[in-house]
Design a protein around this ligand. Structure first.
Ligand code: AVJ
Length: 307
């Protein structure tokens, strides 16, 4: 059994059946996610873009000249472009992603849009520390960029571990610029993960299609339904697939039973308060130096310096 199938089997063998959210993102899933970011209910992307557009000069001033910008993720977003347009004399731009194909395609685009920028993609799983490339110009400091509230996918211990990796990669005098979604009226959050056009439902169900295509699984897509509920006490959205009948499915050579109404957990999306994020950042030896939010305080971008 491949390592990857073994990990999937392990997750599906737990009392709460679980599949990692990384399986959302095959080609179709990435397209569906792009559609999510354009939905009227999905406030996260609009709010973060608004913050970037209105506060990027302040961000650039804090980052300073001749920094190296290390993006955790492939860097294909508009937010990255806004930042790159405003940073002065950047020593290097280092996108880090596990998917080589996606990473190199987006690095090529960035190079053509920003001639003269030293683009140094790194193929790595950023949940573990990795070696940084040596740019032509010696950077004054490293700034890790982690937009999109992707940190929200990680439970507390894993989020702490990731912040520690970022702390390591930032190095002496370095910093972290991170997008963090905020706790708010639960109705706003519920709507963002239960859009009226059904795109989030399609995105969630697509995970099963991806596993059928790539990992020899036998999920019946018509026998599961999307569910997303905001747990206010835990401050997180719980995204699940709910079995519509007693049924079985296989993955590799392993067969699983799932009861009518039983769920597969596919994602958590954690929402923070400014205080709860600051506490976690502190525990990972960062100090939150500056916070920007949109006028409605739906979303935040935070500049954290390494202690
Ligand atoms: C990419 C993890 C930030 O949590 O909002 C969107 C993923 N899931 N709709 C999020 C997602 C359902 C998204 N992140």
């Amino acid at each position: 059994m491949s390592k990857e199938i073994a990990a999937l089997v392990e997750g599906l063998s737990r009392p709460q059946k679980t599949i990692s959210p990384k399986y959302f993102y095959d080609e179709k899933g990435s397209q569906l996610f792009d559609k999510i970011t354009e939905l009227p209910e999905y406030y996260l992307t609009d709010a973060e873009l608004e913050i970037m557009r209105s506060c990027v000069d302040e961000m650039a001033a804090l980052i300073g000249k001749q920094a190296s910008l290390i993006e955790f993720g492939s860097g294909s977003s508009l937010k990255t472009r806004i930042l790159l347009e405003h940073l002065e004399e950047l020593a290097a731009y280092v996108p880090v992603d596990i998917s080589e194909e996606h990473l190199l395609a987006s690095a090529r685009k960035i190079r053509s849009e920003f001639p003269g920028l030293d683009v140094r993609p790194v193929v790595a799983d950023f949940t573990h520390s990795f070696d940084l490339p040596t740019p032509t110009i010696m950077p004054v400091k490293n700034v890790v960029y982690f937009p999109g509230s992707t940190i929200g996918n990680f439970e507390h211990d894993a989020a702490m571990e990731l912040l520690r990796v970022m702390h390591t990669e930032a190095g002496e005098g370095g910093a972290l610029l991170i997008g963090v979604d905020l706790q708010k009226d639960p109705e706003i959050i519920d709507a963002a993960y239960n859009d009226s056009a059904g795109v989030t439902a399609a995105f969630n169900l697509n995970m099963l299609r991806h596993l059928n295509n790539e990992f020899d699984a036998s999920f019946d897509l018509d026998a599961f339904e999307h569910r997303a509920e905001y747990d206010e006490d835990e401050g997180r959205v719980v995204v699940e697939l709910v079995s519509q009948e007693d049924q079985t499915f296989e993955i590799g050579d392993t067969e699983f039973d799932i009861a009518d109404g039983e769920t597969i957990l596919t994602e958590y999306s954690h929402k923070y308060t400014l205080a709860s994020f600051a506490e976690m950042a502190e525990a990972a030896s960062f100090e939150v130096a500056q916070v920007w939010t949109d006028p409605d305080e739906l979303f935040s971008v935070q500049y954290c310096v390494r202690k």
